[in-house]
Design a protein around this ligand. Structure first.
Ligand code: UDX
Length: 449
């Protein structure tokens, strides 16, 4: 029971999808709502469970996810998410009943659009539900475009079409569409159809901001039966030092950054799920060495295929770069990108990384791997003009040229200036009277139901 029932705060139940790129924005949304007077319960799976001790302000409730060991070990995101939607339905319903029983009335349930099982339980208990989209509007529109192409019998695409613009979304080419990296098209199409469906939910909260996507958001709002609230970038609602990392952050890299001159370091990271071939790592290492720039490189254990950590880096690489490079297993990324010493980001273009970089005015070199990363990379390089994309087979010389261009060359100046201007736009959007500020206030009004 809450300590003081007389002053019980309204409660919101949040259900994140159990991957780093989804847990972060959901917990950041929790921080935003908590700061506005809500009590927050996070209902999470056993798989990739967040660490409650890092968020004493939230109540955490675990549910059985029933995932088989072999499905977890496969690392197949499609299988895992599909499995969760089948197995978590009843445990979540029971958990929600208990929350209402023990903690009192729940204002609403907010679920990640990939955790669509949550809606039925909310309905059964006659609770309103809201969807959180952790992708951007462009990726959402791309999923709609894929479904449209399926209807027209044009999916999977012909190789000859890959370089052509997508009819519904001419800013993207067919090869930028967020298709699955798994060879299970039916499952993938079912998942994106479920994720795009609003069902009976009352609203959509979006981790994006008008200054990046206003025309598309306005268009999507016209097609959407319920209000859309673009309140991002959500990492701005949590204190810079707060973290919902599943891996331990190595803060030594901040001490290393403290010793480097302003804007002299390229930050390199490929997020929480991408794996990289040994040949690609070799070209990347060659590029970093030849660029003669300083770098901070996050290499997640197991992310280089066939190795535990950095055993497959080219021989002599570490000796060649010496003090010019720092390699860690996992970094406090928000702090890194906000650090004065960081001048560029070589990224896989996960949406959180992209937003975190844009919010700090850091220009990017894009090396997308799959899914929404392809869309984000195209927008970064060709729509917002705040980065370069490395396409096709990775080549060390090309990497070195891109690094120098983004960090120091005159030719990269326009990109650096534009990246800086977006930082300002984000600050305006998040500040009093800005688009995200207003959208958050409208969401709070809406949630008084
Ligand atoms: C996944 C998909 O890859 C991505 O395309 C989708 O948009 C979200 O889900 P992920 O690979 O985890 O995301 O990338 P991203 O969205 O960038 O999220 C990674 C998060 O981990 C970021 O918030 C980043 O700050 C954090 N991170 C990353 C760290 O805290 N430390 C690190 O060393 C690396």
């Amino acid at each position: 029971m809450d300590q003081n029932q007389g002053e019980r705060k309204p409660r919101v139940v949040l259900i994140p999808c159990p991957f780093q790129g989804h847990i972060n924005p959901m917990l950041q949304l929790g921080a935003a709502l908590h700061s506005k007077g809500y009590s927050i319960t996070i209902v999470h799976t056993q798989y990739n469970s967040p660490n409650p001790s890092r968020h004493p302000e939230f109540d955490f409730q675990s549910i059985q996810d029933g995932l088989a060991e072999d499905v977890i070990d496969s690392g197949n995101l499609l299988e895992i998410i599909t499995g969760l939607n089948i197995k978590c339905k009843h445990p979540f319903q029971e958990c929600l009943e208990q929350i209402v029983l023990r903690r009192g009335q729940v204002t609403c349930v907010i679920y990640d659009d990939l955790m669509y099982f949550a809606e039925a339980a909310a309905n059964n208990l006659e609770l309103p539900s809201i969807i959180l989209r952790t992708i951007n509007a462009a990726t959402f529109a791309s999923r709609l475009a894929i479904m449209h192409l399926v209807e027209e019998g044009r999916f999977p695409f012909q190789d000859s079409a890959l370089g052509e613009p997508v009819p519904d979304l001419p800013l993207l080419r067919f090869k930028d569409l967020p298709v699955s990296k798994y060879n299970a098209q039916d499952k993938f199409l079912k998942l994106i159809a479920e994720a795009c469906h609003t069902r009976t939910s009352s609203a959509v909260v979006w981790n994006t901001i008008d200054c990046l996507e206003q025309p598309l958001l306005a268009q999507l709002q016209k097609q959407c039966p319920v209000p859309i609230f673009p309140i991002g970038p959500m990492h701005k609602y949590a204190p810079p030092s707060s973290s919902s990392s599943l891996l331990k952050e190595d803060t030594n890299c901040i001490s290393w950054l403290n010793k480097q001159p302003e804007k002299s370091v390229l930050y390199v990271s490929f997020g929480s799920v991408v794996s990289i071939q040994e040949t690609e790592i070799a070209e990347m290492a060659r590029g970093l060495a030849n660029s003669e720039q300083k770098f901070l490189w996050v290499i997640r254990p197991g992310s280089i295929l066939g190795s535990e950590w950095i055993e497959l880096l080219p021989k002599g690489f570490l000796e060649t770069v010496g003090q010019r490079g720092c390699i860690v297993k996992w970094a406090p990324q928000k702090q890194v990108l906000a650090h004065a010493a960081v001048g560029g980001f070589l990224t896989h273009c996960g949406w959180n990384s992209t937003l975190e970089s844009i919010a700090e005015g850091v220009p990017m070199i894009c090396r997308p791997n799959f899914g929404d990363q392809l869309v984000n990379a195209r927008y970064i390089s060709h729509v917002w003009g705040i980065g370069l994309q490395l396409e096709s087979k990775l080549d060390g010389e090309e990497v070195a040229r891109a690094v120098r261009r983004i960090m120091v060359d005159e030719k990269g100046e326009e990109i650096r200036v534009r990246a800086k201007s977006f930082k300002k736009k984000i600050e305006l959007g998040m500040g009093r009277g800005g688009s995200s500020y207003n959208a958050l206030n409208k969401l709070l009004e809406f949630m008084s139901f």
